[in-house]
Design a protein around this ligand. Structure first.
Ligand SMILES: Nc1ncnc2c1ncn2[C@@H]1O[C@H](COP(=O)(O)OP(=O)(O)O)[C@@H](O)[C@H]1O
Ligand SMILES: [Mg+2]
Length: 230
C-alpha cells in the first residue's frame, strides 16, 4: 500500500443515467481528494448524488466519465471481477438500511463476508467475536437482527464492514434509521476507528451535528461540490 498521495481521488467524475427518454445527470463533474486517515463528511439534500458518488468510490458502480483512483489505482474502467477484488481488499461499506441477513445471527452475519474470501471457519468465528466485542455487542452474538435494536443492528453492520480489515470505510447515512442518542454512539465508534485504527472514513449525513465529528465537510448540490461562496 502506498502512503504517498490521496487514498481516494475523483477527477471530473460524471454519472449519467439514461432512463428511456429521460437523462439523469446524477453526478456532474466532481473532483475530490481524500487523504489517508481523513474523516470526511459529505452533506447535501436528498437526490444530490451523494449515494451515487459513494457507490462509485466503493467499486459498486462505474462513472460515465472521469477518473477515480483508489490508492493511486485507476478503477474507472475495471471489470466486475477486478472491482470486486479491489472492493474486497480496500473497502468496508456501511449502509443506512443495515442490510443484515434476517435469518442469520449477529455472529453469522459478521462471519459471512469472510466465507467468500475462503477464510477457515475457526478464524472466521474468532475474528467475528473480536469485532462484535469491539462494537460492544459481546452479549448479543446469537441474536438475530429482529431481536436487536436499530443501533445494535448498525453496530453489527459496522463489525461486518471491518472483516476484511479495510483501509477505507464508506458510510452512507449510517445513522439515518436510528434515534439521535444511538446516532451519537455510532459516531463514537466511527471516530474511534478513525483515530485508533487509522481508518480513512467517508460518511454521508444529513445531520450537521454529526458532520462535526469529521475532520472535513464537503457539500454536494445538484451533482456538484458546492464551493464556499457559491
Ligand atoms: N440507478 C439509478 N437509475 C436512475 N437514476 C438514478 C439511479 N440512482 C440514482 N438515480 C438518480 O440520481 C440522482 C442522485 O441520486 P442519489 O445519488 O441516490 O442521491 P442522494 O444519495 O444524494 O440522495 C437522483 O435524481 C436519483 O433519482
Ligand atoms: Mg443517498
Amino acid at each position: 500500500m502506498s502512503k504517498e498521495g490521496p487514498v481516494i481521488e475523483l477527477r471530473d467524475v460524471w454519472k449519467i443515467y439514461q432512463m428511456g427518454e429521460v437523462t439523469v445527470e446524477a453526478v456532474r463533474g466532481i473532483s475530490l481528494k481524500v487523504n489517508h486517515g481523513e474523516f470526511l463528511s459529505v452533506m447535501g439534500p436528498s437526490g444530490s448524488g451523494k449515494s451515487t458518488c459513494m457507490h462509485m468510490i466503493g467499486c459498486l458502480d462505474l462513472p460515465t466519465r472521469g477518473t477515480i483512483l483508489l490508492e493511486g489505482k485507476d478503477i474507472s474502467h475495471m471489470s466486475e471481477s477486478e472491482l470486486a477484488q479491489v472492493r474486497g481488499r480496500t473497502i468496508g461499506f456501511i449502509f443506512q438500511q443495515f442490510n443484515l441477513i434476517p435469518t442469520l445471527t449477529a455472529l453469522e452475519n459478521v462471519m459471512l463476508p469472510m466465507a467468500f474470501q475462503g477464510i477457515p471457519l475457526n478464524e472466521r468465528r474468532s475474528k467475528a467475536f473480536s469485532l462484535l466485542n469491539l462494537v460492544g455487542l459481546s452479549d448479543r452474538m446469537y441474536h438475530r437482527p429482529k431481536e436487536l435494536s436499530g443501533g445494535q443492528q448498525q453496530r453489527v453492520a459496522i463489525a461486518r464492514s471491518l472483516t476484511n480489515d479495510p483501509r477505507v470505510i464508506l458510510a452512507d447515512e449510517p445513522t439515518g434509521n436510528v434515534d439521535s442518542t444511538t446516532g451519537k454512539s455510532i459516531m463514537d465508534y466511527l471516530s474511534k476507528l478513525n483515530k485508533e485504527e487509522k481508518k480513512t472514513i467517508v460518511m454521508v449525513t444529513h445531520d450537521p451535528e454529526l458532520a462535526k465529528y469529521a475532520s472535513r465537510v464537503v457539500n454536494i448540490y445538484d451533482g456538484k461540490i458546492k464551493q464556499k461562496g457559491d
